[in-house]
Write a protein that binds this ligand. Structure first.
Ligand code: PLP
Length: 405
């Protein structure tokens, strides 16, 4: 069992008031707050240890390089990758997906080939593939979603053809909260020799991730959504792919030898880490992961599921409220609308009552529009949230109805 009172003290930002009301932060899907240990680590690094990695012969550079590589190992263990060099640091999920779309695309995709995404993807897992398709004359295909918010997996076999080069799918929907059966999806795709990229932006913090068990070919996530700093992210790729794929950026640190005639690239992971990396962010991310493990990741997962279920049961008591995403496998996210009240109006009033939620299409316009709407209100939970906060949300929504309903 988690001691939530104690946990909340680890997140100083949560203790504040907005408009004279205690802050109820339910926008964790957009970004999570940072525990003191991460903030102190960043401060310590800049105050005492800062130096560029992989470059110096001096003490500070060696210390920071060791910490940076230790963070890579922490990420490797956390997602259970086979090798540390399969962990590439990037700026976040978006840059990881763009890196694969460019690099994998350059190596493997040609005119007439096909890429499959699902109908519930974030723009970050649509647009880079569209750009690849435009560049190469390839075709983007879409696996449809049911009204409840589940993938129509029975259609996958037929959607895949001998032209399919890659399938990209989210682990957890950022709008619906659906947990997708990624292991099953990988199995189907692999039966057709199609590699799979999993967008873990909303999954890494709510689910135990094991890339070897899932057998996915690529897995990507952002540090800031898992209590780490902004501007750092991860691209995991199986060694066999990463070795074959060309670098997507050239510059310092990713080379073995440069002459004006030819450059020989570094081995993994440095081949994909051109220029000065966000090493402070990577070390901060490592600390965030250590914090979650120390707190008890299994308990964190269970608590977030419990909060989602409690919020769903409370919100369903509100007359005229419709929840989008009613899959049997959900976590962390409840998206809704009340009658014909515009989500933005609901969000504005909630804000004045101290409740922070997200409104709009959540960067998943095709999915949101498939419900015949332009946006929802989204409450997204972290393990530091409480049932009392859900009750505050519930009461605040009654107030919204009183004012606008
Ligand atoms: N994929 C999903 C499912 C997301 O929810 C998000 C962000 O909300 C992203 C990708 C993009 O993440 P980032 O902006 O950190 O690159």
């Amino acid at each position: 069992m988690l001691d939530v009172e104690k946990i909340r003290k680890d997140f100083p930002i949560l203790g504040q008031q907005v408009y004279g009301k205690p802050l109820v932060y339910l926008d964790n899907g957009a970004t999570t707050q940072k525990p003191t240990i991460v903030l102190e680590t960043i401060e310590r690094l800049y105050n005492k240890e800062n130096s560029n990695v992989h470059r110096g012969v001096h003490h500070l550079s060696n210390v920071t390089t060791e910490n940076y590589e230790a963070a890579r190992k922490t990420v490797q263990d956390f997602i259970h990758a086979e090798h540390a060099h399969e962990i590439i640091f990037t700026h976040g999920t978006t840059s990881s997906i763009n890196a694969v779309a460019f690099s994998f695309g350059e190596r493997y995709v040609q005119a007439g080939d096909e890429i499959i995404v699902s109908g519930m993807e974030h723009h970050a897992n649509i647009v880079p593939w569209q750009m690849l398709c435009e560049r190469k004359g390839a075709i983007l295909k879409v696996l449809p979603v049911t009204e409840k918010g589940d993938l129509q997996l029975e259609k996958l076999d037929d959607l895949i053809s001998e032209k399919t080069k890659l399938l990209a799918v989210t682990q957890v929907s950022n709008v619906l909260g659906t947990i997708n059966p990624v292991k099953k999806i990988v199995k189907i795709a692999h039966a057709h020799n199609v590699p799979v990229l999993i967008d873990g932006a909303q999954g890494i913090q709510h689910e135990k991730t094991d890339v070897q068990e899932t057998d996915c070919d690529f897995y990507v996530f952002s540090g800031h959504k898992i209590y780490g700093p902004t501007g750092i992210g991860v691209l995991y790729g199986k060694e066999k792919w990463l070795n074959e794929m060309p670098p997507y950026q050239g510059g310092g640190d990713m080379i073995k030898k440069v002459t004006f005639e030819k450059t020989i690239y570094e081995d993994l992971p440095l081949k994909f880490e051109a220029g000065t990396m966000n090493y402070i962010g990577a070390i901060g991310l490592g600390k965030a992961i250590e914090y979650l493990q120390k707190t008890g990741f299994d308990d964190i997962i269970a608590r977030e599921q419990e909060l989602e279920e409690y919020a769903t049961s409370r919100l369903m008591q509100i007359p005229g409220l419709r929840i989008f995403g009613t899959s049997d496998h959900k976590t962390g996210i409840v998206s809704f609308l009340i009658g014909d009240i515009h989500p933005y109006d609901t969000g504005m009033i909630l804000d004045k009552l101290g409740v922070a939620v997200r409104t709009g299409h959540h960067c998943a316009e095709p999915l949101v529009e498939s419900y015949g709407i332009t946006g929802t209100v989204r409450a997204s939970f972290a393990f530091y949230n409480t049932k009392e906060e859900v009750d505050i949300l519930y009461n605040a929504l009654l107030k919204v109805i009183e004012m606008l309903g």
